[in-house]
Design a protein around this ligand. Structure first.
Ligand code: TRP
Ligand code: SF4
Length: 328
């Protein structure tokens, strides 16, 4: 039997999942998990690099996030689901990798420069935040993953991972593979205010929202401001509600566009319709989620089995790395 390639990705457990999350790496993991040997983990240590002032938030979100992932279709029969902080070998590898990572690689990382500029509300001028990509490299290399599903924003980190792997192999002999990205088509999901959907903007539709909540949120959205009467011709290309149609009713966009341009439908009706479509797409998830919520013991068992398996794999890697460094 040909051994399956390894697919691995991490997810930040920083809160309730919303529609924006659905089009990122989770979907790719669910879709391709049958083709690979899969590792999916919740990166609570990474979350700590920005949330260190309120660490309990991470703790509370972690199990909720694991429930979300299982309800979305991550199958623990074929995907090892685990918590980053359960794998003590990761920080050990991070330490070794940090010895060979030039500071300049981290300082020039675009995600670092951007966050330091943007995240004004938090003090992230810390060693932990600067070395975020080294921790991520250790996550990936400890498993020697082949494929890493990520969003576009994570590409610089993956490039750094490859550079670190190359440096390690050059210094101590070939061992680490250079992982490749599996890019999620970055469907930018707009929030109810037209900006990128994000919990921190308060513009998100959550996967757990019921129909009434979704309807209310969508009703508040700004559409084409030139439409006052139902018969006024509309311009779907500037309407945020239409951007949901493009995601959720791909095959019917012509019809929706025409009825808007011809002034054959009012915005309220058009909004309620897409609210219904979005809600329907979440129903199965919400039902599964309810079952899992009432059985958190099961969820904890999944994470615990993930931990046992991944620790075995990781300690084998650490053993080899230690040998290469003469630490035995
Ligand atoms: N940095 C990633 C993010 O913010 C999460 C992450 C941590 C990750 N470790 C990883 C993703 C390893 C892929 C592989 O989305
Ligand atoms: Fe947007 Fe629909 Fe109103 Fe057209 S009819 S402007 S697509 S909400």
């Amino acid at each position: 039997m040909v051994e399956k390639k390894i697919m691995l990705t991490g997810f930040r457990p920083t809160g309730k999942l919303h529609l924006g999350h659905l089009h990122g790496n989770i979907v790719n993991m669910v879709k391709y998990q049958h083709n690979y040997d899969n590792y999916f983990f919740l990166v609570d240590w990474h979350a700590l690099s920005t949330e260190y002032q309120n660490p309990l938030n991470i703790k509370n979100n972690l199990i909720e996030c694991a429930i979300d992932l299982l309800a979305l279709g991550i199958d623990p029969g074929i995907t090892h689901l685990y918590r980053q902080s359960d794998i003590a070998e990761i920080p050990e590898l991070t330490l070794y990798l940090s010895m060979i990572t030039p500071l300049s690689w981290l300082e020039r990382c675009p995600t670092y420069k951007e966050q330091v500029k943007e995240l004004k509300t938090k003090d992230i001028s810390t060693l932990g935040f600067l070395s975020y990509p080294v921790l991520m490299a250790a996550d990936i290399l400890i498993i020697n993953a082949d494929i890493v599903p990520v969003g576009e924003d994570q590409l610089p980190h993956l490039e750094l991972t490859r550079e670190i792997a190359r440096r390690f192999n050059g210094l101590y002999g070939d061992y680490f593979k250079e992982p490749k990205e599996l890019l999620s088509k970055s469907t930018r999901v707009v929030g109810t205010d037209g900006r990128k959907m994000s919990k921190s903007y308060g513009n998100a539709i959550f996967l757990s929202d019921d129909y009434k909540t979704i309807k209310t949120k969508i009703r508040q959205m700004i559409t084409d401001p030139s439409r006052i009467k139902i018969t006024d011709p509309g311009h779907p290309e500037i309407c945020n509600v239409f951007s949901f149609y493009k995601i959720y009713l791909k095959n019917k966009t012509d019809e929706i566009e025409n009825r808007c341009r011809d002034g054959r439908i009012g915005c309220i009706k058009c909004k309620d319709e897409i609210a219904g479509v979005i809600y329907d797409s979440l129903k199965e998830f919400q039902e599964k989620r309810k079952i899992l919520e009432s059985d958190t013991g099961y969820v904890r068992n999944v994470l615990s089995a993930g931990k046992d398996y991944v620790r075995n794999v990781s300690s084998a890697t650490i053993k080899i790395v230690r040998e290469k460094l003469g630490i035995e």
